[in-house]
Design a protein around this ligand. Structure first.
Ligand SMILES: Nc1ncnc2c1ncn2[C@@H]1O[C@H](COP(=O)(O)OP(=O)(O)O)[C@@H](O)[C@H]1O
Ligand SMILES: [Mg+2]
Length: 255
């Protein structure tokens, strides 16, 4: 199963990605989590204490494999050893790859870094057998057209705010443009019935089905201050139960 997670900044993408990865792992799957958000905080959500080296920082290796040779970049560099060499081992059979932020060049920049990351993404999606969970930003960079067609689904996270629904609509359009088959929403930070209704209405207006809802939960902040992942600090919290339901629905959906 190959999942991408996107949505407006701060809605809870990284929280969902990290916990979902661990829950799949606990269930016996091998999981690769990819941090493709330039903000990079998936490691702590998974419960990995030491920040792994972002792939983008492997300057020499990238230059060697994807650098300019005879006036053209190598768009098909060797990447099949990267997960095992540079992935960080997390708890519950979860491996983490941190992509790192690509500096934006001019339009149409095909710098070796972005060629390399795209090739790596393609490899993970097309060749690897693990459950793949990608924590993306609002845009869905690094996903080329041909690659995206093999992403099983896009989960777009929304909170009770108009802007997060607008971003969800944009994510839906972008996803359809690159050929991702299905887009589902997960509502997060829900404290009241009205908030749930707001999300349901907003999503139905933009035509995105709701796959699950996650309550607002103070334990997340507490675990953050304690420097622990929620799953380790408060394994019985409502967020965990809600995300486990999302996991079950995903499994049923992808059967
Ligand atoms: N269900 C929730 N209840 C309480 N706080 C939450 C919840 N989901 C996310 N948060 C908090 O909101 C902030 C942003 O979450 P994060 O997962 O980093 O969002 P994103 O990756 O979309 O930017 C974090 O401080 C996180 O602890
Ligand atoms: Mg994030």
């Amino acid at each position: 199963m190959k999942l991408a997670i996107a949505g407006k900044g701060g809605v809870g993408k990284t929280t969902l990605a990290g916990i979902l990865a661990r829950l799949f792992g606990k269930d016996g799957y091998s999981v690769i989590a990819i941090d493709a958000d330039p903000d990079m905080n998936l490691a702590s959500s998974i419960g990995i204490k030491e920040d792994p080296t972002p792939i983008i920082g492997l300057k020499k290796l990238i230059e060697e494999r994807a650098g300019l040779k005879g006036g053209i970049y190598n768009l098909n560099p060797k990447v099949d050893d990267i997960v095992d060499e540079y992935g960080a081992e997390g708890p519950d059979n979860v491996k983490l790859l941190v992509m790192g932020a690509v500096k934006k060049g001019g339009t149409g920049c095909y710098c070796p870094e972005s060629a390399f990351l795209r090739a790596l993404m393609r490899h993970m999606i097309m060749k690897r057998k693990e459950v793949l969970i990608m924590d993306m930003e609002a845009g869905i960079e690094h996903l080329g057209r041909g690659t995206a067609q093999n992403v099983d689904l896009m989960l777009v996270v929304v909170e009770p705010s108009k802007r997060s629904i607008e971003t969800a609509e944009r994510v839906k359009r972008l996803s359809q443009d690159v050929g991702i088959k299905d887009v589902f929403a997960v509502g997060n930070k829900i404290s009241h019935n009205e908030e749930e209704e707001f999300i349901k209405e907003g999503l139905s207006d933009v035509g995105i089905p709701l796959l699950g809802k996650i309550p607002f939960d103070q334990n997340l902040m507490k675990s953050d201050m304690e420097g622990e992942s929620l799953l380790d600090a408060y394994p019985n919290s409502d967020i965990i139960k809600a995300i486990d339901e999302v996991r079950e629905r995903l499994i049923n959906y992808c059967k």
